[in-house]
Write a protein that binds this ligand. Structure first.
Ligand SMILES: [Zn+2]
Length: 283
């Protein structure tokens, strides 16, 4: 933090030139809030890839490990506050030229910064759904239930992406994994796991928003996940101008008209402040 990064004249011009921007955001918008990302600057996995839905549903050990790690990671994850990237998008929306914000993040930080026109493409980690009876509950309530079910449990943990945490194997083995209080079914955070598809209505809403847009901006995503990358492909096929702001390479670099490397928060704050004169955003 604190590294001075100058604004980018091309990005200022790009933001000022479009009236109905479709923005796609990823983990790079939330790393400054203390939520790690999965990929390095080359778009490669930094760590063990996330759990697949098939293993989560089918293997007790995977289910227990998921929830033990999520339990350990929740305090830090839920305490994360919006950063400069989230605030920049909220200011942009208030200025009236950001048409829709589609995020691959599951942390809800865009909404907490004040964004309203948000589609949570991969769902939200603060909601839990039962795979048996489809009951939905809050993740905070489940955390309290897990504490009650694991009174003596403790672990040394290090934060990992999506509210996950690295903990030792013995702690996993000792953890009592949660079950639905109504039907005994498996519980899953209401997020799209690897191996799952984005719900059809949610995808359609994002696709429709893109059809109404005059440009696409990607911020803080390596675009390695197809559910996000396909919007870049669609925008390219439709002939829309595409800008990408990211630290490191992305899968969409060849399709972009403008690629700006660097800190997403400071670059967007600068470009949107140039678009929105001071004091104008609140009107
Ligand atoms: Zn249930």
């Amino acid at each position: 933090m604190g590294t001075f990064e100058p604004g980018d004249e091309r990005l200022r011009g790009w933001v000022a030139a479009h009236r109905r921007v479709f923005a796609l955001t990823g983990a790079g918008c939330s790393t400054a809030s203390g939520i790690p990302d999965y990929r390095d600057d080359q778009g490669e996995w930094k760590r063990r890839p996330p759990v697949m839905i098939q293993a989560f549903r089918g293997e007790d050990a995977v289910y227990r490990r998921y929830w033990a790690r999520a339990y350990a990671g929740w305090t830090r994850f839920s305490a994360a506050a919006p950063g400069s990237a989230h605030r920049a998008f909220a200011a942009w929306e208030a200025a009236g030229t950001l048409h829709r914000l589609v995020t691959q993040n599951v942390d809800g930080l865009h909404q907490r910064a004040g964004s309203r026109a948000v589609i949570d493409l991969h769902g939200r980690l603060d909601v839990v759904v039962c795979l048996g009876c489809a009951a939905r509950t809050s993740r905070a309530a489940l955390q309290a239930d897990m504490t009650a079910a694991n009174p003596a449990w403790q672990s040394v943990s290090a934060p990992a992406p999506d509210g996950d945490a690295d903990i030792d194997a013995a702690a996993v083995d000792a953890f009592a994994a949660p079950r639905c209080g109504r039907c005994g079914g498996l519980l899953k955070p209401d997020v799209v796991f690897f191996g799952e598809n984005v719900p059809a209505e949610r995808y359609a809403a994002a696709r429709d928003a893109l059809a109404e847009a005059d440009a696409l901006l990607v911020a803080g995503s390596s675009l390695m996940v197809y559910s996000g990358f396909r919007f870049v492909r669609q925008a390219h096929e439709a002939g829309l101008p595409i800008a990408i702001v990211n630290r490191g390479r992305t899968r969409g670099d060849d399709l972009a008209d403008l690629k700006v490397e660097g800190d997403v928060g400071s670059l967007l704050t600068d470009a949107i402040a140039a678009r929105v004169p001071a004091g104008d955003a609140a009107r």
